[in-house]
Design a protein around this ligand. Structure first.
Ligand code: SAH
Length: 279
């Protein structure tokens, strides 16, 4: 009998209501929306979305997530794509301050986690200067979400004792990366925004001693119904990057090999057809 071997915890007496925190008028919640799958929102993020009167969101936030907002909420896209800034950062900062000053309950919604390559802190500094109260709701960052849905563990007792997250938005002339650290064996390197500089990253890592046969993956639109995963080796990074569309995450390291065995997520084809009809 199982219960003679395992000491089960008695179920705690527990009020079945979900935790609920409030978003006050004239304040801002900086909220992480996770990598795409709406079910990866935190309960707190959902609570904030439901209370928000104004939501300033990035292009990475999916329509399914925006649909969870209250029906009266004002939605404003302040999205940026690499290279083409639809709304300048200063304008976004100003909108945040103006809406909060007018007494609205404001959510600033960002893809993934707001503090990971998300400029969340820069926006909060503006709020501090304007004397506006805020709270921060962390989200599942792409490095955690997209890899999990691709069956790639970021660390593994046998294959990777550390993981590093870096941005691929680097200019060759002002590259201050310590490439020998990035190229260490038994380490997982996750590159955000890495498609455009894939060839440079590939060359730098190999030059710095990373084995060119090390497995890599490019995870496109991770956790969404359109997820695609491209597997290869470091020497093929630039080729795979050309096949993938943004947003995509580059994952380099021994752990990637497990991805083929641990694949579990099957993007739903019907939902995919529906989603493309929507676009
Ligand atoms: N704050 C976000 C990252 C913003 S930078 C976070 O924590 O995830 C934007 C980059 O994130 C993209 O260029 C891509 O590299 C990565 N990214 C975001 N969502 C992704 C997704 N669903 N699948 C793969 N990569 C994603």
């Amino acid at each position: 009998m199982l219960d003679t071997i395992i000491p089960f915890t008695p179920r705690p007496a527990y009020d079945s209501k979900l935790p609920f925190s409030t978003l006050d008028k004239g304040t801002v919640a900086l909220v992480g929306a996770g990598p795409g799958d709406p079910e990866l929102l935190t309960i707190k993020a959902l609570n904030m979305l439901r209370q928000a009167e104004v939501i300033l969101y990035d292009y990475l936030v999916s329509p399914e997530i925006l649909a969870l907002a209250g029906s009266d909420a004002i939605l404003v896209c302040v999205g940026k794509r690499a290279g083409s800034h639809s709304v300048p950062q200063q304008k976004t900062n100003q909108l945040l301050v103006d809406f909060a000053m007018q007494g609205y309950k404001v959510v600033r919604l960002k893809g993934g986690d707001p503090f990971i390559f998300g400029r969340g802190a820069e926006e909060l500094e503006v709020l501090v200067d304007a004397g506006i109260n805020f709270q921060v709701v962390p989200g599942i960052t792409a490095a955690a979400g997209a890899t999990a849905y691709a069956g790639i563990p970021l660390t593994h007792r046998d294959f990777a004792q550390s993981a590093m997250f870096v941005t691929g938005h680097l200019k060759a002339e002002s590259d201050s990366f310590d490439w020998s650290t990035l190229a260490r064996a038994n380490q997982t390197l996750v590159v955000y925004m890495g498609l455009m500089r894939a060839e440079y990253i590939q060359n730098k890592l190999i030059e710095s001693g990373r084995d060119k046969q090390i497995p890599i993956a490019v995870v496109e639109k991770g956790t969404t119904v359109s997820q695609k995963v491209f597997f290869g080796t470091l020497s093929e990074l630039s080729v795979l990057a050309k096949q993938a569309e943004a947003p995509a995450l580059v994952v380099i390291g021994e752990v990637v090999e497990l991805g083929e065995k641990l694949q579990w997520f099957k993007p739903n084809k019907e939902a995919l057809a529906e989603a493309s009809a929507y676009v």
